[in-house]
Design a protein around this ligand. Structure first.
Ligand SMILES: *Cc1c(COP(=O)(O)O)cnc(C)c1O
Length: 372
C-alpha cells in the first residue's frame, strides 16, 4: 500500500461541492481583491481564534512582517525567534527591517525555550516571535511575563497552529498580535497563498489594515508607507467554506496521532508529546529516530512517504550563516535536525492507511532495539 505524505487532490475532491459553491458565489459578485468575502472571513476567523480582529493578507510570511510593523517594530530593531523553524519566519522578520536573533528550543517540545531569552536580550531587542511549531503552542506564559517586564512585543507565528490551545486559549489570542498562513498544506489552507494577522488590539488591527493596502486610509490618502499584501476574495470564499470543518479535521488529526503514539509506545522512536494544558493540532507528526536513514528506508519499503521538517537549522543555511549567535549555543536545534522525521498525518488519510502506518511503526525498528 502507498501512503503519500500529503494528497491535496484528494482533499479537494472530498470538498469539491463546497469549493464550487464558494467560487461560484465570488464569480457572481465580481469582486476579486478584499471585499465582502474577505470581510466575512476576517470576522469568522477572528471569532475562531477568540480575538476581536483578523486582517487578511497575501501570505503567512507577510503576516509576520505586517504584524511586527503593526506592533511598532522598526528598522534596526532586534527580534528574537528560534533556530528550529522554517525560513519564512526569518524572511518575515527581515522584511520588517529587523534583525532576527536566534535562540535554541526546548528538547521536549521543539519550541522556544523561555529560559534562554534573558541571555539573548540587548538594548535593541523590541519583539519576540515564538513559533508554535508542528501544531503545538510554545510555552507562552514566561515569554509574556518577560515581555511585560521589558516592554517587548510578542508576535506569535501561528502558521502551523490553527486551533491549537494553551491554558484553554487559542493560538493567536495571547500575544500582541499573531500571524497565520493559509498556504494549501496548513491545517486551514486556501487554494493558493493567503495569510492573516490577528490581534485583540483595535489600533494594531487598524495599522495592519493600512500596511497591507499601500498605507491608504481613504481613497488616494496615504497616511503610512505600506505595501500590497491583500487577501483574494476567491481564497477568502474557499477559506470560509473550510473553516466550519476545521475543528472536525483537527480532531481527526488528533485521533490519528493517538493511533501512531500507541504504536510507538514500546519503540525507541520517540513520538511527539502533548504537554499538559496544551492542545496539539498535529500540523505535522514529527518523531525522533536515532537511526533516521534506516527508519525512513524501512517505511519507504512499505510504501510510506516521510519528510523532514526541517533538515537544516536557520543559522546553518548558506544564506543565514551571519545569524549564528556569538557565545550562545543552538545545540538542541542542531541535534534535532539530525533525528526528526515527519510521518504522513492529515485528515484525508483513510482508515486502512492509518492502520498500515501504525503496523509499520510497531514492526520497525526491530523488537531487539526496544528499551527494557
Ligand atoms: C508556512 C509557514 C510560514 C510562512 O507562510 P507562507 O504563507 O508560506 O508565507 C511561516 N512560519 C511557519 C512556521 C510556517 O510553517
Amino acid at each position: 500500500m502507498k501512503v503519500p505524505f500529503l494528497d491535496l487532490a484528494r482533499h479537494v475532491e472530498a470538498n469539491r461541492t463546497d469549493f464550487d459553491e464558494a467560487i461560484e458565489r465570488t464569480l457572481r459578485e465580481g469582486r476579486f481583491v478584499l471585499g465582502t468575502e474577505v470581510d466575512r472571513f476576517e470576522q469568522e476567523f477572528a471569532a475562531y481564534c477568540g480575538v476581536e480582529h483578523a486582517v487578511g493578507v497575501a501570505n503567512g510570511t507577510e503576516a509576520i512582517t505586517i504584524a511586527l510593523q503593526a506592533v511598532g517594530v522598526e528598522p534596526g530593531d532586534e527580534v528574537i525567534t528560534v533556530a528550529n523553524t522554517c525560513v519564512p519566519t526569518i524572511v518575515g522578520i527581515e522584511a520588517a527591517g529587523a534583525r532576527p536573533v536566534l535562540v535554541d528550543v526546548d528538547p521536549a517540545t521543539y519550541t522556544l525555550d523561555p529560559s534562554l531569552l534573558e541571555a539573548a536580550l540587548t538594548q535593541q531587542t523590541r519583539a519576540i516571535v515564538p513559533v508554535h511549531l508542528y501544531g503545538q503552542c510554545a510555552d507562552l506564559d514566561p515569554v509574556l511575563k518577560l515581555a511585560l517586564a521589558r516592554d517587548l512585543r510578542v508576535v506569535e507565528d501561528c502558521a502551523q497552529a490553527h486551533g491549537a490551545e494553551i491554558g484553554g486559549r487559542r493560538a493567536g489570542s495571547l500575544g500582541h498580535a499573531a500571524a497565520f498562513s493559509f498556504y494549501p498544506t496548513k491545517n486551514l489552507g486556501a487554494l493558493g497563498d493567503g495569510g492573516s494577522v490577528v490581534t485583540r488590539d483595535h489600533r494594531t488591527a487598524e495599522r495592519a489594515r493600512l500596511l497591507r493596502n499601500y498605507g491608504e486610509r481613504e481613497r488616494f490618502e496615504h497616511v503610512v508607507r505600506g505595501r500590497n499584501s491583500r487577501l483574494d476574495s476567491l481564497q477568502a470564499a474557499v477559506l470560509r467554506a473550510k473553516l466550519p470543518h476545521l475543528e472536525t479535521w483537527n480532531e481527526r488529526r488528533r485521533e490519528i496521532a493517538a493511533v501512531y503514539g500507541e504504536a510507538l509506545a514500546f519503540s525507541n522512536v520517540l513520538p511527539p508529546v502533548e504537554q499538559p494544558g496544551r492542545r496539539h493540532v498535529y500540523h505535522l507528526y514529527v518523531v525522533r529516530a536515532l537511526e533516521r536513514a534506516a527508519f525512513r528506508a524501512a517505511l519507504a519499503e512499505r510504501g510510506i512517504e516521510t519528510a523532514v521538517h526541517y533538515p537544516t537549522p536557520i543559522h546553518l543555511q548558506p544564506a543565514y550563516t551571519d545569524l549564528r549567535p556569538q557565545g550562545r549555543k543552538l545545540s538542541v536545534s542542531e541535534h534535532l535536525a539530525a533525528e526528526i522525521v515527519s510521518l504522513p498525518l492529515h485528515p484525508d488519510l483513510h482508515e486502512d492507511e492509518v492502520a498500515h502506518v501504525a503496523a509499520a511503526l510497531r514492526e520497525i525498528p526491530s523488537p531487539s532495539a526496544t528499551p527494557g
